[in-house]
Design a protein around this ligand. Sequence first.
Ligand code: H2U
Length: 381
Amino acid sequence: MTFDPTKHSHCRYNPLKDEWVLVSPQRLQRPWAGSYSACHHSVLSFLCVGRVEDDANDNDETANDESQKNNPLCPGVTRPSSKEPNPFYEHTFVFENDFPALLAEIPDPSNVEKTAKDDLFQCHAARGVCKVICFHPNSRLTLPRMTLDDIAHVVRTWMDVYDDLASKYQWVQIFENRGDIMGCSNPHPHCQVWATDFLPNEARIKHKTQKDYSLKHNGNVLLLDYIQRELNDFQKERVVVEHEHWLVVVPYWAVWPYETMLLPKRHVLRFSDLTPDEQIGLGKIMKELLIKYDNLFKTSFPYSMGWHGAPTGSMINDDCSHWQLHASYYPPLLRSAKIKKFMVGYEMLAQAQRDITAELAAQTLRDLSGEVHYKDKKNTK
Ligand code: H2U
């Protein structure tokens, strides 16, 4: 097999920005069910760019089983690209993405050595694997509406998938797109995992910034120092929720209106290092944060979230003590369930801009109930 840039995923370097872009031409071969409006209510309709729904954010929790029988992520349904039906799973279900942006077996470009030295036209093969994790058999549930036991299964599955992929790949990116507005293609509660044999931009930058900080500050860990200063020097003004093991803050440098960072208070390098108590605590604090998010605009709050921890695979034995595990939540809503922040114009061409301060966002989230979901009680604050 020889490398073919029209068929094989690869990364191209942007020397103007010192960034890479992942190109996945094999995804063009995915089946296409026609235009958004032409979709019929069938399994294929779930493969369209979007889905027809009255309220863009809100799942109808009372809908009956009938509406689930065509969803390719549901128990017992046969996905269009699969021979076997999904199992009748009771908690979580993991499968290889049928339309992966990365492939495990890809040859190197024949001119790999030449291109590595080329300042303008650098590229390398991008190897990896993409998985989908269904959180629950019920399409109508979201994480904040699940029980703590359900969420514990999700955390356990994240750890299992992470462990498995971390043994082979340098970076394991767990991420959840929630809501149409974030490009989520399917209402069923799920997340994705993309594992790569290279560090993507965000990982590469965070690896360097945390290492530089550690070298400058006597081996201290950037995010642990940050936690201490948030807790001790700033009267917790950006803290949204604090539990025994975990903390949620609107970071000082937050870009999205209600962006938050969720991190363990103890020094934890990777997802796989969480103790059983921390795993249970994680479920509790996630549920609390996500109920607050839903209560903010009384809607199923859309976001993209994901986990960042120390690199793995071929870097597992490198000194990564400067790393601290953390999750970032990037929600786009600004003033209501329908008014979102656009990252366009100045943000695209110059730099990110925000109106509401991180401190005000934190206070707003802090003051909301994290226990009672607005759907369970009228007039929730
Ligand atoms: P979102 O998290 O953006 O909704 O993506 C869902 C993923 O599920 C998407 O990457 C995959 C899509 O390729 N998928 C399958 O692998 N098989 C299917 O039958 C439907 C969706």
